[in-house]
Design a protein around this ligand. Sequence first.
Ligand code: AMP
Ligand code: ZN
Length: 114
Amino acid sequence: MQSCVFCKIVAGEIPCKKIYEDDALFAFEDVNPAAPIHILIIPKKHMETLHEIQDADKELIGSIFVAANEIARKQGIAQEGFRIVANCGENGGQTVFHIHYHLLGGRRMEWPPG
Ligand code: AMP
Ligand code: ZN
């Protein structure tokens, strides 16, 4: 999608600190980190919200969590733990409308989220 910031990152039109890439996924550091480690994992395919996920996307979405495990291991936060967050829509606090999963680590997280 032409106007989408994350599609532009995948296309190399907006710079990022790339962490991971495969055929279907891309991961990069969040520009405004909320934790010592804050990485966004996204499908390359443009999908606006989690609410668009369908049966055909099961494998793609599952692969995000496998990639998250690999990234967490490489970032050294697998043992101590981490948090994965995905915000959906206005009430979910979503600000970029291309599905993304926040991988947060390097500090103790609190609950409940704000
Ligand atoms: P959300 O509020 O869940 O939609 O999260 C969007 C995230 O994208 C925020 O944490 C932003 O800091 C991050 N973000 C926005 N633009 C960029 C960018 N160009 N590069 C890296 N992260 C970004
Ligand atoms: Zn997009």
